[in-house]
Design a protein around this ligand. Structure first.
Ligand code: FAD
Ligand code: PHB
Length: 428
């Protein structure tokens, strides 16, 4: 067993864990970041694609926005399609200029991994570990244990641990059951997603309500499209040939005078839909962030944005805690949950307005169509959608760095020095 010491142990190198490690390093705080998957797997995992402008400002302000600024595609609205019509919701007009940016989660993850490795070298992220455990959460020296890719067991004594290990991770289950309240809703449908080597057939995302089920046309770049179809949750991907997927997409997006361009399918998978919130997002010296604490169905494009927002709050709270001020850490959970619940409601609202519930009566469809007609014909209703989609609850404001790092704690790999304080900008 190898025993070492760090300030913050981070479990999971998804967007939350990677950005947290980077934000902490910019405050001179040492962390150990462990990940069960390989670097290649993390960089290829197809997931979200839409960043709120607050998330863009956060990444830019943290010095990891160069490629995002060059390659991200700014979008000023979306289309809602229903009843054979396609309507534009103009975010810029409705919200005083706010937008979202299409930049894939894979690219956010690649940028953050590259930055950590450039700043800290090869051991910045310990990929392909196994048998991860967290313990001693009620003490002020919580412990992280894992086995590295060579089979060596490690024990890392920490000042705090961040559980950024997603919905199926080990951190949330390490909290005693009675200490958490959980709210959960499963939806009776799933999304079949494809990545296609074909330029998008649309200038803005299309969210389509159709009697056969929901469909979404998104994109990854000027040459790569991302599309989704509502399917049954127990559907097997093998039963969906590329031809069948394209035919179903063409049916659900059909509009006179418009054609869905089809091309080679590069990736396809099925994702279940769930709303889940657990609170508080802290137990002793364990702090949960991102999908480890909450899940939203992807219809509102919120999951990735929530994960980034959590760690923007967590980094200064941990810095203050390590300097002896526990107040920001005490309010971490409540600060995040206000945003989490807003996004949970918006994602639920978009999901239930746009999907067909198997077995539902004809009235459900009429109610959905009435709501959709209201959204596209009332400026107040359209503004509500636009301000929620672009991000309603602002990220923390003001300088995120409160002072120099405490000395003496880092056991290995000197923390970077001279890093400028990170400025998180207000999202509106
Ligand atoms: P994750 O990205 O899940 O990262 C957690 C990391 O922890 C992973 O790398 C995992 O391998 C690692 N890990 C897990 N267990 C351990 C362990 N025991 N030890 C060490 N490491 C561990 N959102 C959208 O907005 N739009 C979408 O289209 C969309 N599609 C999605 C599709 C899928 C299949 C999933 C699961 C989510 C999707 N989301 C989508 C949600 C969005 O991608 C997530 O909200 C976002 O990834 C959350 O980031 P995170 O860092 O909290 O968690
Ligand atoms: C995506 O591009 O993957 C995407 C976009 C919008 C959503 C969900 C997913 O609501």
């Amino acid at each position: 067993m190898m025993r070492t010491r760090t300030q913050v142990g981070i479990v999971g190198a998804g967007p939350a864990g990677l950005l947290l490690a980077h934000l902490l390093a910019r405050r001179g705080i040492e962390s150990v970041l462990i990940e069960i998957r390989s670097r290649e797997y993390c960089e290829a995992r197809q997931r979200a694609g839409v960043l709120e402008d607050g998330s863009v400002s956060l990444l830019r302000g943290a010095g990891v926005g160069d490629r995002l600024d060059r390659q991200g595609l700014e979008h000023g609205g979306i289309y809602l399609q229903f009843g054979g019509e396609r309507h534009h919701i103009d975010f810029r007009d409705l919200t005083g200029g706010r937008t979202v940016t299409v930049y894939a989660q894979t690219e956010v993850v690649k940028d953050l991994i590259a930055r950590r490795l450039a700043d800290r070298g090869g051991d910045a992220i310990r990929f392909s570990v196994s048998d991860t455990e967290v313990a001693e959460l009620d003490s002020d020296r919580p412990v992280l244990r894992y086995t590295d890719a060579d089979g060596t067991r490690h024990e890392v004594i920490c000042d705090a641990i961040a559980g950024c290990d997603g919905f199926h991770g080990i951190c949330r289950p390490a909290i005693p059951a009675g200490a958490l309240t959980v709210w959960e809703r499963d939806y009776p449908y799933a999304w079949l997603g494809i990545l296609a080597d074909i330029p998008p057939s649309t200038d803005e995302l299309i969210y389509a309500h159709h009697p056969a089920g929901f469909a979404l046309h998104s994109l990854r770049s000027p040459t790569v499209s991302r599309l989704y179809l509502q399917v049954d949750p127990d559907e097997r991907i093998e039963t969906w040939s590329d031809e069948r997927i394209w035919a179903e997409l063409a049916r659900r997006f059909e509009l006179p005078g418009w054609t869905l361009q089809q091309g080679p399918v590069l990736d396809k998978s099925i994702t279940p839909m769930r709303s889940f919130v657990s609170a508080p997002m802290r137990h002793g010296r364990l702090f949960l962030a991102g999908d480890a604490a909450h899940i939203v169905p992807p219809t509102g494009a919120k999951g990735l944005n929530l994960a980034l927002a959590d760690v923007a709050v967590l980094a200064p709270a941990l810095e203050a805690l390590l300097h002896g001020d526990g107040e920001p850490a005490a309010s971490y959970s409540d600060s995040c949950l206000a945003r989490v619940w807003r996004s949970t409601h918006f994602s639920w609202w978009m999901t239930t307005m746009l999907h067909r519930t198997p077995g539902a009566d004809e009235m459900e469809q009429q109610l959905q169509l009435s709501q959709l007609r209201y959204v596209v014909s009332s400026r107040a209703a359209a503004t509500s959608l636009a301000e929620n989609y672009t991000g309603f609850v602002p990220l923390p404001t003001g300088p995120l760095s409160t002072g120099p790092a405490p000395t003496g704690a880092p056991p290995s790999g000197a923390p970077p020095t001279g890093a400028p304080p990170v400025q998180a900008e207000r999202s509106q």
